[in-house]
Write a protein that binds this ligand. Structure first.
Ligand code: AMP
Length: 144
């Protein structure tokens, strides 16, 4: 999928938002939904998505949506830090398949990093759901 195209309401994140597909929820408010990435690149890899959006990528998003969305990303990133005490936090967002995008509902990755621990491969290796639930509870408890 290139940068051009139409939003597919059947994408997995849209299904998660409608409650048609499962997710391990971390946080939600009026604007954003945050949940654990099931193919995590590190312990605590969390995704943040806009709830009311049909933007496939950042370029398509309404500017007025970006403020609340980025505030949500920052809020969850702070909770990830408080919960897991990483040495660094990578925040990434891909636009179009050549850039690494695989799901076409705008989303931000929050990926905690530790000194000496290499980054896992992107979208590979499914996590244990019970472990994800435990991490989500830890992160969720630190949302402020
Ligand atoms: P991207 O490649 O930037 O489009 O990222 C999509 C991300 O969604 C990848 O990191 C996947 O591991 C993750 N992912 C795919 N399906 C699910 C799902 N059902 N629940 C949680 N994360 C998912």
């Amino acid at each position: 999928m290139s940068l051009d195209g139409t939003y597919d309401a059947g994408n997995i994140f849209a299904k998660i938002l409608r409650g048609e597909a499962p997710s391990v929820r971390v946080f939600e408010d009026e604007h954003v939904f945050a949940f654990m990435d099931v193919f995590p690149q590190s312990k605590g890899h969390t995704l943040v998505i806009p709830k009311h959006s049909t933007a496939r990528n950042l370029l398509e998003e309404a500017p007025e949506t970006l403020g609340p969305l980025m505030a949500g990303v920052q809020r969850v990133a702070k909770a990830v830090r408080a919960a897991l005490n990483p040495d660094g936090i990578m925040i990434s967002q891909f636009n179009g398949a050549p850039a690494g995008q695989t799901v076409y509902h705008l989303h931000f990755h929050i990926i905690p990093r530790w000194e000496g621990t290499p980054l896992g491969r992107h979208a590979e290796g499914m996590a244990d759901v019970e472990e994800l639930k435990a991490l989500a509870a830890q992160i969720s408890a630190k949302i402020s």
